[in-house]
Write a protein that binds this ligand. Structure first.
Ligand SMILES: [Zn+2]
Length: 411
């Protein structure tokens, strides 16, 4: 047995029993506390990398070269055991054509996640229920839960959620940057005053299937209504604290307390513009939009041309960053949100959802290899191993378990 496998076994015991097992006296060196824990991130946008031509999850990449923040070698290095891999769909037009295209893209993304796991069965395993996490971590594999970010692809047919559930999806985020057919976005003008009638139906079906309802990106009114109607605790899979930085994507203290009192958890986001004021720069926006257009235009090319095109895009992105520098939040700013939430509701209701590969990352914590710094800081602040086991995964798994136990449809 390798040392790394021993590390994970101890972590598994910590989560299961609430305390660590004694380290064998014969071991040469005890792993760090961080490596012993089962560490989950509840919002990984990494599946978007899986569609990149020539991009290989098993290779160690460099954020400065290709903008990615998570791959298998970096997960191992950073001690990230897994998390919720998001099936993210940008908000498009609420037309039959728009919805059909979104449905196809989301199903394809779910397939890509399953293909990743199928292609690397010794490194990854799909997880469906809370108990799977420790079982998978014990054998040294990465834990792949799946979530939906933006329910827009369900179109007019919420019954499609049954299919996503069968594909393994266990967390349901309703909305993204814009309002959709299910409710209001935190970053749009209210249209439904919370959930739409269809959104309420979707919440009920999510409950019935045993999915965790995720209120990140949703308006405050949607959060309140989900809190009211959900049969099991809800989650904020990647959100911050409004008391620390006033942004609609962050949430106020009263709601965080309500969430915690109901057994839920807030998973702190490291997305730059939710942590720091970024003054508008139309020139930068224009340059980024042009680059986005260039990226989309690669779709029809051969794999080799696409791979070359992506390198060019990465180079131009670096040029834009140099030409129009954007203020960047620091690790200290991120930790202010973490410690504020911890002070407010305690370690049983806070965790991590960094938005890796979806815009997350701060100066001093640029990719997933840097996450041991969070543990190091919390240890300095006096948090115990058992509390950190909850923070790094146990809390999210408790919410998943509660959702599963409240289900009405057995599969
Ligand atoms: Zn997001």
């Amino acid at each position: 047995m390798t040392l790394s496998r021993r590390k994970v076994i101890a972590g598994g015991a910590a989560v299961l029993a609430g305390s660590s097992i004694p380290w064998p006296a014969t071991a040469k060196a005890a792993p760090s506390l961080h490596q012993r824990l089962i560490c989950l991130d509840t919002h990984l946008d990494t599946p978007s990398s899986l569609a990149r031509p020539g991009w290989d999850m098993m290779q160690h990449h460099d954020r400065d070269q290709d903008s990615t923040q998570v791959d298998y070698p970096r997960m191992v290095e950073g001690g990230l055991d897994g998390g919720f891999f998001a099936i993210y769909t940008p908000q498009g037009p609420l037309t039959p054509e728009g919805m059909a295209a979104a449905r196809d893209a989301a199903l394809l993304r779910a397939v890509q996640i399953r293909e990743l796991v199928a292609a690397h069965p010794r490194q990854f395993e799909l997880a469906l229920v809370a108990e799977d996490a420790a079982r998978i971590a014990v054998v040294g594999k990465r834990i792949v839960y799946q979530s939906i970010e933006n329910a827009y692809p369900l179109g007019d047919d919420i019954g499609l959620l049954n299919l996503f559930h069968k594909l393994g999806v266990r967390m349901l985020g309703f909305i993204h940057f814009k309002n959709n057919q299910f409710g209001d976005s935190a970053t749009d003008t209210p249209q439904w005053n919370g959930l739409s009638p269809k959104g309420r139906e979707l919440a009920a079906l999510g409950n019935d299937l045993g999915m965790v309802l995720d209120a990140s990106h949703a308006s405050d009114a949607v959060f309140d209504q989900l809190m009211e109607i959900s049969r099991s605790p809800i989650i904020l899979s990647h959100s911050g604290c409004r008391a620390v930085f006033d942004h609609p994507r962050n949430i106020d203290d009263a709601r965080i307390k309500k969430l915690a009192a109901a057994g839920g958890t807030i998973q702190i986001n490291s997305y730059n513009t939710y942590l720091i004021t970024v003054p508008p720069n139309p020139e930068r926006d224009k340059a980024r939009a042009a680059l986005g257009q260039k990226t989309r235009s690669l779709a029809g090319l051969t794999p080799a041309q696409q791979a070359a095109g992506m390198q060019e895009v990465a180079r131009e992105r670096r040029e834009i960053e140099t030409r129009y520098p954007e203020p960047r939040a620091t690790f200290e700013m991120y930790m202010r949100h973490v410690t504020h939430a911890l002070d407010l509701v305690g370690p049983d209701h806070v965790g991590v959802g960094c938005d890796w590969d979806g815009g997350g990352g701060v100066t001093g914590m640029e990719d997933v290899t840097a996450i041991p710094k969070i543990t190091e800081r919390l240890v300095k602040l006096g948090y115990t191993e058992s509390q950190l086991a909850g923070f790094w995964g146990g809390n999210a798994l408790r919410v998943l378990k509660a959702a599963h136990e409240a289900r009405k449809i057995s599969s």
